[in-house]
Unconditional design. Structure first.
Length: 615
């Protein structure tokens, strides 16, 4: 297991400290630890597919995961981990937690200050790295994964009913919630400080949009491309890189800039599916030809999905329901077999520059707000409620008004499975009694109403940076690559690119209903027109159609659902009705089958004895 692990607490016998260290370190053969015999604190670092290091300097010990940069007069480029730690401890001595502003890039850190008997935990502003913590007697335990943290003898991993509800809502478990009660995950840009039995948890960095800046597109283009070129160049430094290539604008741009940086062909990796409407290999080939890449393809089969499901259930320390982890894994595995040492991904472009189709949809709904409120409340909405649903034109008008009348961000969840089924149809009553059903929307609202974001598009981007990126897509790619034995870098999420995007005018992200307006204009002439004009797609898995047609996959899916019924968490009638509903609409109901199947698979590999009575 990659990452940090440790605890900070009252005096403990050295033999017991080392016993706990070995227990938390688990399979890390090259784990390191330090014991301070004054405060009896311990910290360990296990190396794996991300850089990790532990050093002591000036009375403080710092453990580091990730590859951050530090803004310091002694550093002209990204330094070694030891140098970063030495300089940061100096900054920390002078500025306290404010020193976190000097770090950028992907990181999680733990700093044990022997002088002040203080522990500092922090992660990067995007949430690329993760860190979890839990109270113990007289102190606190922490780790980079729930699995590692749960190994501490004073941490009792009791599955949370709230986390299960949130999982069905989001298809992942969003921070700060975790699958276990009493265990908490740091949110992007958050730090925790423990001193004198007191815990302080607050933001050291948050997304700060500047919506007042205006500059010519030509000037912005040069600034943007310079930032992205530098990020791509650094992401591939010192290793043999390979690039994910979906054929979308982000991955194609990364491939083109990577080729410029290397001065030669790039190894690109794409996944296809023999399923109508799911395969976009054509666009990946267009991009590969355009940039002269050494292109590698793999077509995922239903048998591949069957083989990957238990592996993914083991590698994810919490229930995780994004099915595109399967193609991401096979893509990275193919690259690993070719000798690639680091994958380069294009994740983040949609959430920074406005690339998701729902942004245009919400813009159209927002136009309804221009109608005077009395007309909406006393005329349009009452009339819409009486419109018949069996007349297509009237049905469209009614649905538009019903959805447009729903305030943001709740409006984004109109098609949420929980809303379509109803909480009571999915969960048993005993489970729902232990759940705050309003918590998911409250978490979304906290991110959506970013104080610096006034425009609809930036508010949506702020929410998606948290829930779509940090909680979903980044763990998906990172864990899939970890399963394949590869690290992964995300140049789109370099601090220079992120800062540029935060200062970009809202109208240049979404112009009317045109997605990624500036991004596409900046890359016009560099990317093929077919890539710039292609509809949004991705690495979606045709699970719904395949589970109907493939015997082994269907058997695994419905055997998993049968086992899940015995856990007394979900209504049996809902689960029993899924085969028939799957026939009606394979993509939509296939999503519910997938997330329930992966939940049961997680239970089998991580918490096999849990049921509704012991949540």
């Amino acid at each position: 297991m990659t990452g940090l692990f440790g605890f900070f607490g009252p005096p403990t016998h050295p033999d017991e400290l080392r016993s706990i260290a070995a227990r938390m370190g688990g399979p890390c053969d090259d784990a390191h630890w330090v014991v301070h015999f004054g405060a009896r604190s311990f910290v360990g670092v296990g190396s794996g597919v991300t850089m990790s290091a532990l050093h002591t300097h000036d009375g403080a010990t710092m453990a580091l995961c990730g590859v951050p940069r530090i803004a310091h007069t002694e550093v002209t480029q990204q330094g070694t981990a030891a140098e970063t730690i030495r300089l940061f401890i100096g900054e920390y001595r002078a500025k306290g937690a404010s020193a976190l502003a000097s770090l950028s890039g992907a990181f999680s850190i733990a700093v044990l200050d022997e002088r002040q008997e203080t522990l500092l935990l922090a992660i990067d502003s995007i949430g690329i790295e993760q860190l979890f913590y839990a109270p113990i007697a007289g102190g606190i335990a922490f780790a980079s994964s729930v699995d590692l943290l749960a190994r501490h003898p004073q941490v009792e991993p009791k599955v949370s009913a709230q986390a299960l509800f949130d999982y069905i809502y989001f298809h992942v478990i969003p921070s700060p919630v975790t699958i276990y009660d009493g265990l908490t995950r740091l949110q992007p840009g958050e730090f925790l400080r423990w001193k004198e039995q007191r815990l302080e948890c607050t933001q050291h960095s948050r997304l700060e949009f500047d919506e007042s800046r205006s500059a010519p597109v030509a000037t912005l283009k040069d600034e943007f491309l310079e930032a992205l070129r530098s990020a791509v160049r650094e992401s591939a430094s010192g290793v043999k890189p390979g690039a994910f290539l979906s054929g979308g604008t982000d991955s194609s741009t990364i491939v083109g800039l990577l080729g410029q940086s290397l001065g030669g062909p790039v190894d690109t990796y794409s996944i296809g599916f023999e399923a109508e409407g799911y395969d976009e290999m054509e666009y990946a080939r267009i991009a590969a030809r355009h940039f002269g890449a050494r292109h590698h393809e793999y077509y995922v089969t239903p048998d591949d999905v069957v083989a990957a499901i238990p592996k993914l259930a083991r590698i994810f320390d919490q229930p995780f329901g994004n099915s595109s982890a399967v193609p991401a894994y096979y893509c990275a595995r193919l690259a690993r077999q070719d000798g690639v040492e680091r994958m380069i991904g294009g994740d983040g472009g949609d959430e920074l520059f406005g690339g998701n189709a729902r942004y245009a949809t919400q813009h159209v709904f927002s136009l309804y707000e221009n109608v005077p409120r009395p007309l909406r409340r006393w005329l349009a909405e009452p009339v819409a409620r009486r419109m018949p649903m069996n007349v297509p034109p009237l049905r469209k008008v009614r649905r538009y008004i019903e959805q447009a009348a729903t305030p943001m961000p709740a409006r984004t969840e109109n098609y949420n499975l929980l809303h379509r089924f109803g909480n009571e149809r999915i969960f048993l009553a005993d489970v729902l009694r232990r759940v705050d059903t309003g918590q998911p929307l409250a978490l979304q609202s906290e991110a959506y109403f970013n104080p610096s974001a006034k425009s609809l598009i930036n508010r949506q981007l702020a929410m998606d940076m948290k829930f779509t990126l940090a909680d979903n897509d980044l763990p998906k790619v990172i864990r899939a690559c970890e399963l394949a034995g590869l690290p992964v870098a995300f140049p789109m999420l370099d601090s220079r690119v992120v800062e540029f995007a935060l200062r970009l005018e809202p109208r240049l992200k979404l112009k009317g209903t045109t997605l990624r307006y500036f991004f596409k204009e900046a890359l016009r002439g560099f990317l093929p027109d077919a890539i710039i004009n292609k509809p949004k797609h991705g690495f979606g898995l045709p699970f719904g159609p395949w589970v109907l047609s493939h015997g082994r996959l269907r058997e695994l899916a419905f055997d998993s659902l049968s086992s899940l019924k015995r856990r007394q968490i979900f209504n049996e009638a809902m689960i029993d009705g899924l085969p028939a509903q799957l026939q009606e609409h394979p993509p939509y109901y296939g999503t519910l089958v997938w997330i329930l199947m992966m939940l049961e698979q997680w239970f089998q590999h991580h918490a096999p004895t849990v049921d509704g009575r012991n949540l």
